[in-house]
Design a protein around this ligand. Structure first.
Ligand SMILES: C[S@@+](CC[C@H](N)C(=O)[O-])C[C@H]1O[C@@H](n2cnc3c(N)ncnc32)[C@H](O)[C@@H]1O
Length: 185
């Protein structure tokens, strides 16, 4: 998607999209740098937008791995459907339904990595907690939850739910970004 089209979509739905520009390649690379692609067989992405991070994940994935991607914005879903890759499953629904769609797609119930760019800062607290708690519940022991943010306002949510959170800073992005990483222990 062209930057201007993403910008227009962002203006229309600022609360759910949370930004006016797609992630830079520096952010995309940082997000996927936490994935051990040699072992990952099920990866879930939340808030895929126009698929900019999705493509980086697919690039590293094993041929037998699956990527389940959640996105609520219709225009973005159309773009995600255009990514032709048998390993990709696009779910045009809210991320809180991870369990339902893992089951529907006959994927194992424990996920190796969850990569999220959902803007929890602008979403209701109860919805944010539901999504992150269900993410933790469906991660395998030792699995990582990787979250993109533009501030550290909701950092405590990850500490509460996972008991741990590491913060990484990516300056080359509009706006500069934080990548928060929590491990299921
Ligand atoms: C900051 S954008 C990130 C887009 C892209 N991943 C990137 O990094 O450029 C956040 C995305 O989360 C999506 N989103 C918001 N709430 C969601 C929910 N409950 N379930 C799934 N996606 C959601 C928005 O529609 C938006 O596309």
């Amino acid at each position: 998607m062209k930057t201007i089209e993403f910008f227009k979509e962002g203006i229309k739905n600022l609360k759910t999209i949370g930004t006016l520009t797609p992630s830079s390649k520096f952010v995309c690379k940082e997000m996927v740098s936490f994935i051990d692609f040699s072992t990952a067989t099920v990866i879930v992405e939340l808030g895929a937008g126009d698929g900019v991070i999705t493509k980086h994940i697919l690039k590293g994935m094993r041929p037998d791995a699956k990527l389940l991607v959640f996105e609520v914005n219709e225009a973005f879903c159309e773009l995600l459907y255009n990514i032709k890759d048998d390993r990709l499953i696009v779910v045009p629904d809210s991320a809180e339904k991870i369990g339902e769609y893992l089951e529907k797609n006959k994927l194992k119930n424990t996920v190796d990595y969850i990569i999220s760019a959902i803007p929890f800062v602008s979403l209701p607290d109860d919805l944010s907690y539901r999504i992150v708690e269900t993410s933790r519940d469906h991660l395998a022991e030792g699995g990582l939850y990787v979250q993109l943010h533009y501030s550290l306002l909701v950092r405590k949510m990850y500490k509460r739910i996972f008991g741990n959170v590491d913060v990484n800073f990516v300056p080359i992005n509009i706006p500069p970004a934080f990548v928060l990483v929590s491990e299921k222990r």
